[in-house]
Design a protein around this ligand. Sequence first.
Ligand SMILES: CC(C)(COP(=O)(O)OP(=O)(O)OC[C@H]1O[C@@H](n2cnc3c(N)ncnc32)[C@H](O)[C@@H]1OP(=O)(O)O)[C@@H](O)C(=O)NCCC(=O)NCCS
Length: 151
Amino acid sequence: MDPVTFDAAAIENIDDIMEIENLSFPSPWDRATFLATFSDERCSNIVARSSGRIVGYCLAIEMNAMVHLLNLAVHPDYRNSGIAGDMLDEMESFAKRKNKAYVFLEVRKSNKVARYLYENRGFYHLSTWHGYYTDTGEDADVMIRRIKEGG
Ligand SMILES: CC(C)(COP(=O)(O)OP(=O)(O)OC[C@H]1O[C@@H](n2cnc3c(N)ncnc32)[C@H](O)[C@@H]1OP(=O)(O)O)[C@@H](O)C(=O)NCCC(=O)NCCS
């Protein structure tokens, strides 16, 4: 695979992002939800590119002392090459630039790959939100990682 690069996402990337979203989630976000994050100045949206093609994205929003990871996906043809891990690093740099102390996220209990990815990168289980996912009633695990000492 060609080297992967990371840039800020732009509105013209929305079709590529939607394609990956629809391939990645049983209940994908709609276009309007993505577009709302593009116009929200608290958000940082990153895309990953290989040979010019968008192969993944990571969306986050700053909230008080934390950055909340809103969405993360990699095109199925490009998984298991470290792209999600690298996007988490990019997102952590964003959080540090904003002087945030923590990154947190929610993940479906059944999403073993994502849970493994987060645990491997220093996130730990904070709590469980029962029935959080309204499509299936599945629980969400809330995971958090401290990125600033003393925070
Ligand atoms: C979760 C997702 C973003 C990971 O993307 P990725 O680019 O393949 O991730 P990476 O290659 O950086 O890392 C994946 C890790 O999971 C591991 N992994 C892969 N398949 C696995 C499996 N079946 N069980 C356990 N671990 C697995 C890999 O070995 C790798 O571990 P490592 O960091 O020790 O090398 C991707 O699978 C995806 O888009 N899934 C659908 C959307 C989704 O679930 N998003 C997360 C929502 S919270």
